[in-house]
Design a protein around this ligand. Structure first.
Ligand SMILES: [Zn+2]
Ligand SMILES: [Zn+2]
Ligand SMILES: [Zn+2]
Length: 151
């Protein structure tokens, strides 16, 4: 994660940008700048609220840094899992929709072999074949042709 060295906390009133991040001088993780420890100064840099608490206590420091890293790891893992799930779900739905469309078109293509217009009406024997009027629509024939073109 790139350091955002320029991002310093801005606590100047209710309009302070709450999305801005600062990098903690202690744990080196980024954190919302508005949560910076009040005692931060320019020589030591900004500390996140946790690191403000364990200042001077090395054991607490190591423990809290580890806990924070674990939290972020599990959050990142969950985000990734949710993202992957959404992507897979979408791909599955797209494939199912395409299969179902191809299935319908294949049915039309099958019907088209048994119904075709001639001078004497449909080849199925009916003079006014309803099936023919349905499958003979240009847009259906276009789609059937496109389906076979795409394989
Ligand atoms: Zn920190
Ligand atoms: Zn710390
Ligand atoms: Zn027919």
């Amino acid at each position: 994660m790139p350091r955002q060295a320029q991002a310093t906390p801005d606590q100047s009133g209710p309009n302070a940008d709450r999305t801005r991040l600062a990098v903690c001088a202690c744990c080196e993780l980024d954190f919302p700048a508005w949560l910076a420890d009040d005692e931060a100064d320019d020589t030591r840099g900004w500390r996140c609220a946790d690191c403000g608490r364990h200042r001077g206590d090395e054991l607490a420091m190591v423990r809290e840094h580890e806990r924070e890293l674990r939290l972020r790891l599990s959050q990142a893992t969950e985000d990734l899992a949710a993202e992957t799930h959404r992507a897979n779900d979408y791909r599955r739905k797209m494939q199912a929709a395409a299969r179902s469309r191809d299935h319908v078109l294949a049915q039309f293509a099958r019907l088209a072999r048994h119904h075709r217009a001639t001078e004497h009406g449909c080849i199925c024997g009916k003079r006014n074949c309803e099936t023919l009027t349905v499958i003979d629509a240009d847009w259906i024939n276009d789609r059937i042709a496109a389906m076979y073109r795409l394989g």
